[in-house]
Write a protein that binds this ligand. Sequence first.
Ligand code: URA
Length: 460
Amino acid sequence: MLIQDILAAKRDGEPLEEAQIRRFIEAVADGEVGDEQIGAFTMATYLRGMSLDETVALTAATRDSGRVLDHGALALPGPVLDKHSTGGVGDPVSLILGPWLAACGAHVPMISGRGLGHTGGTLDKLEAIPGYNVTPDRATFERLLKSPGVAIVGQSGDLAPADKRLYAVRDVTATVASMPLIVASILGKKLAESLDALVMDVKIGNGAFLADDVQTRALATTIADVARRAGTPTSVLLTDMNQTLATSAGNALEVRECLDIMTGKRDSGRLLDLTRELAVQMLLAGRLAASRDAATERLDRALGNGEVSERFCAMVRGLGGPTDLIERLDDHLGHAPIVRDLYAPHDAIVIGQDVKALGMAVVALGGGRRRAGDTIDPRVGLDRIAALGTRVDATTPLVRIHAASEADADGIAARLLEAFVLDANIARASGLTVPPLIQEVMLDPSVAASTPSPHAGATS
Ligand code: URA
């Protein structure tokens, strides 16, 4: 089968056969095709689109382009589960969710990414912990997957290698924003983890990966359809990114906030609420709980008795981090030298956040990368971010800035002021409707059949 014929078929809008897609992706992985042919494929796909059948074939071929994890030899006593998010700001859900699920009997091979654009990356957050190695050898990874049951690490080169080449070409050929290419890229990597079930957290709102809500909903539906047809039971939650989840955004600051939650110093908030809901869905999907009530009870017990923080610390130790992380948190995470509160120009209610601008402010402070290879300052970022509906005044700031220098703090202040929409009419603004945290739940049919969801928008 000639590569040129496959390209010509897609160029002319003909649907590709599964065998043609597999042949092309194998040729990407083994280097038979050049970047110019990959560029032709991604552009033809961008312009012509793909049917659901083609997208499933592209996803499965991407998954199979490298090593597919085989957990059989580990004889794990519980299900293998993972969550993937399309990326947010102030969104360190994975740090709590992974050990929480492990404490409830799951095994979580959480292969994560770095910050992309305005969104933060799980690996960057974990690397704020001195010594934490995101690229362990296979034996270490498997040992941790067995016990403590969670390993949050980076992608090894042999996992879905076709995606690495495809993504690099998409990045420079203006073909990133193609639904089938996005879906195959996200799921090809996740499904190579050989999961018993996957939960996808698709962010919607002004801080989401796709700025357009209609496209975001289409992405959520396509991910659900494709993942299930590729053989992995998958539930999808559409969750709000019109404000940050955590009260902080910045690598060490988010680690600190997560540890405060895991150790019971904070017991409420959007971050914990969403993490709990994702965990409920995953315990149901993994058959670790028979009902929402049973799942919630199990989760609350694990959080209350300290098991979640213990599992997190065991993972950190196993990956080379400190043995006394919680006891000497300040020493290990450090602090930015400049810490400054930013106040609104007048008393007001916060009625909007430009989440993308908040994410870019963290990048500008040095907490993210402007280009690949930039080093990150893990100490910098934002905290005390005023949530929607917060009344700000001379004593309650909009946000607290953590910067490496006075000049950095000065430089970001004006941009941060613009990232908050304020209403000075306190009485009118108190009627503000805040977008719901969980906007829709698309349950996997196997879960939907056994457990009715409390969410009005739930579909199967
Ligand atoms: N994340 C991915 O891994 N791939 C995409 O194409 C988009 C987001």
